[in-house]
Structures are given as structure tokens and as C-alpha cells.
Ligand binder design. Structure first.
Ligand SMILES: [Zn+2]
Length: 414
């Protein structure tokens, strides 16, 4: 099979292994992610690569070069529930195609080329981002192994790691298996999850930075259920009014930050009154909601949180309600390596493959490697219909163009 046919074959095979009509489901440490892992390892063995698997189940398949320093190409194997087939998987498959090309052409590259299949990137399964890559670099917060429960089974991460055949006990002492000191570069090809490349008809995005975030997934505002006709405004403790005020204040703040040139997004993606108690004839005593704030600047994230807390205190005293934000999860923003950005940009220009320099709004595993100190880069592949949904669509033609750039840079420019 040529590269194009083989790429198509890999995507189709994994689509069928993790089919969840509509779309695919590859649960973190579940059937979909595990079967993808085993299938890809079987394929990788065809190309003379040596395979290591770490305690958290990440695989690293290395094709020997002249130097034992490694260029690692990787992304994640898991998906959202009824997600698309390309999110994460595209990066792992591109690494495999690279090793296949080297093997078939009997090329001994300057650096060892490794493909990494990473576990648990999507935080919809366990409420924690980048489980696999954090385990790979020994930065996983081990206190969470028992407390994080998978959303579909309610069983712990500890249980699921062991159930999948890996070693949660070693993860609990932050034991690292891969030789990170030999990781020269980490490169993550990934579909673009927004509309920019598709709208501009550009196959390749070269990423400058990855946003970090803070999130409160289970926030609650408590007030009091009171008669809508009989309770004057002064006596109300309306939690719908309180949370709405917060949303409004934060939107005004967001707009101001954008006008100052600061990178920021603020989203209240869920907002519920309690169906057991709410009624059209009562003011509401209970709202549950969530907050997701992202920025490529740690300073902006910190200032936004401070501002938000201050607003909450003001709203609490004005509305006589009480906010309980619950557990916070967060991730650090990361910068991609400037030298790599320049090399990829120049090379794509020389090959007349259009590229766009752009930030990443979504979080990705490469932020963990970049913050660990490994020079890292993300390459976005043009993709239609957004992501995290079954309609996600990447044209193999665009995948092959990005591959051409990756292959060319690695064989000629690094
Ligand atoms: Zn992804």
C-alpha cells in the first residue's frame, strides 16, 4: 500500500474498532482507546520499530537513527463520546506514516524517530486534562489516582489503568519509563478544531502557543425559592439573577481584555435550575453551572480569576446568595519553539504548501512536553465541521500535504 492508501486504511480500521454510531467513542483506558492502542502497535511492528510502553500505557515506538536523540511525533488515542475519528488519531497516524516511509526507503535518519500514542487527553472521561502525557513526564498528581472517577463507569483512574493492563502503583510514585533526556523535539500533528484553515483554504497551521485554562465544572449558586408574586425585589435571594449577573460582568470584562489585546475566552457552557423544585411561579433558589476560562497568558488567567472572585463577592452581597465554585482544574499555557516554527514555515513556503501561523485555542498534550522543557511544536491539519462531534472531517489530501512538510523538514532540515 502506498502512504495515502495506508493512511486511509488505518483511519478506517480504527473507525470500525471504535465505532459508536454516530461517530466513534474511545474512552480513556476503555475499550475504544485500548483496542486502538493494540491495533497500532501491531502495525508499528511491521516497520522495524522498537516499542516501549510506560506505566500509564503510553506507547513509544522508535525507529533507529544515527543519534539516540529522538524526535517524537505523537498525539492522543482517546476521543470524546460520539466524537470524530480524526481528533488525536491524526497525529499518531502521521508519525506511523513517517516511520513507514523511512523503513521502506531504507533511510537512516539523523535522529531516532519515535511515535507516541498518548492516553487520556480528553477530560470528559476523567475531569483532568492530559493524564497520559503527565504520566509520561512524571508530573501526574498521584493524589488523584483514586479520587478521579470515570464519567461512564464511576470507577477510579487507578482501577482503569490496572484493568487495561498497566501499572497504577508505579504511576502513584511518579515513575517515568521513557528516556526524556533524549527527547530532542516533540511534534504533535493534530486537526484544527476551529474553522480558520478550512475558511482560508490552507492545509497547514503552524502553532505558536497553546492556551492554558482554569475551570470550575461543578459550581453552584444557592439562594431561596420564593413566591414570584408575593416577594418584593428587596426580599428576594434569586440565584438565576446572581449567576446571570456574573455571566454579564464577565462578558463585559472579556470584551475589555480583548480591546487591550489580551488573549482570553470565557464560557459558561452549562446553566441549570433544579427541575425538582423550580417553577414559573418561584424565584429560583438553586443554579448549578460551570465556568471555562482560557488564555495563552498565565498573567491574564490569574487576573481574570481574581476579578471573577471579586465580582462574585459583590453579587453575593447584592443578591443575598452564596456561590460555591467547587473543585478547580487548570492547565498552564505553553509556548511552541520559535526555531521549529521558522523551519516549518520556511520549508512549507519552499514546497509551495500554504501555511498559517496561528495560536491554538484548545489545549493539547504538547503543552505538557513544552512546559517540561522539551522544544515542542504543533502542526494543525485543515479540518471541516469543527471537532468533538461525529461530523469532524479531515481530507486525506490535506493530511498528505502536512505529512510532506513534516517528512521534508525531518529528513532535510533538522
Ligand atoms: Zn485532540
Amino acid at each position: 500500500m502506498n502512504n495515502r492508501q495506508y493512511t486511509k486504511y488505518l483511519f478506517e480500521k480504527i473507525q470500525s474498532l471504535s465505532n459508536a454510531n454516530p461517530g466513534v467513542t474511545r474512552e480513556t483506558y476503555g475499550k475504544g482507546e485500548n483496542s486502538t492502542h493494540h491495533f497500532l502497535l501491531k502495525e508499528l511492528k511491521k516497520f522495524n520499530s522498537s516499542i516501549e510502553i510506560d506505566y500509564g500505557g503510553n506507547f513509544l515506538a522508535s525507529y533507529k537513527g544515527k543519534s539516540k536523540k529522538k524526535i517524537v511525533i505523537g498525539s492522543h488515542l482517546d476521543s470524546q463520546k460520539h466524537g470524530g475519528n480524526f481528533d488525536g488519531l491524526a497525529g499518531v497516524i502521521m508519525g506511523i506514516i513517517l516511520i513507514k516511509t523511512l523503513f521502506e526507503n531504507k533511510i537512516i535518519p539523523k535522529y531516532t524517530i519515535a511515535v507516541m500514542g498518548i492516553r487520556g487527553e480528553e477530560s470528559c472521561w476523567f475531569p483532568y486534562s492530559y493524564i497520559g502525557s503527565k504520566i509520561a513526564v512524571g508530573e501526574f498528581n498521584k493524589k488523584l489516582l483514586h479520587s478521579l472517577k470515570r464519567s461512564d463507569t464511576n470507577k477510579s483512574l487507578y482501577y482503569h489503568i490496572n484493568k487495561s493492563g498497566f501499572d497504577a502503583k508505579k504511576v502513584s510514585v511518579n515513575k517515568v519509563k521513557f528516556d526524556l533526556k533524549n527527547f530532542k523535539y516533540f511534534i504533535e500533528p493534530h486537526i484544527e478544531q476551529g474553522p480558520v484553515l478550512e475558511k482560508k483554504r490552507i492545509p497547514l497551521g503552524i502553532v505558536t502557543s497553546i492556551r492554558g485554562s482554569f475551570r470550575f465544572r461543578d459550581a453552584v449558586c444557592k439562594g431561596e425559592y420564593l413566591h414570584s408574586g408575593a416577594t418584593p425585589m428587596d426580599y428576594r435571594r434569586d440565584s438565576v439573577v446572581a449567576v446571570s449577573s456574573l455571566i454579564n460582568e464577565m462578558n463585559i470584562y472579556w470584551d475589555k481584555q480583548l480591546k487591550r489585546g489580551n488573549d482570553l475566552t470565557i464560557t459558561f457552557g452549562q446553566f441549570f435550575t433544579d427541575p425538582e423544585e423550580h417553577s414559573f411561579a418561584k424565584s429560583s433558589g438553586h443554579v448549578s453551572f460551570c465556568i471555562d476560562v482560557r488564555s495563552s497568558s498565565i498573567k491574564t488567567l490569574n487576573l481574570t480569576k481574581k476579578y471573577m472572585i471579586k465580582q462574585i463577592q459583590k453579587i453575593e452581597s447584592k443578591t443575598k446568595t452564596k456561590f460555591f465554585l467547587g473543585k478547580e482544574t487548570n492547565s498552564k499555557p505553553a509556548l511552541m519553539n520559535n526555531k521549529l516554527i521558522k523551519i516549518f514555515e520556511d520549508y512549507s513556503k519552499s514546497k509551495k504548501i500554504k501555511s498559517l501561523i496561528m495560536p491554538s485555542g484548545a489545549g493539547h498534550d504538547s503543552s505538557v512536553f513544552a512546559n517540561y522543557g522539551i522544544p515542542s511544536l504543533m502542526l494543525f491539519v485543515r479540518n471541516k465541521n469543527g471537532s468533538h462531534n461525529p461530523r469532524e472531517y479531515m481530507d486525506i489530501k490535506h493530511f498528505m500535504q502536512v505529512f510532506e512538510v513534516l517528512n521534508g523538514v525531518i529528513t532535510n532540515k533538522l
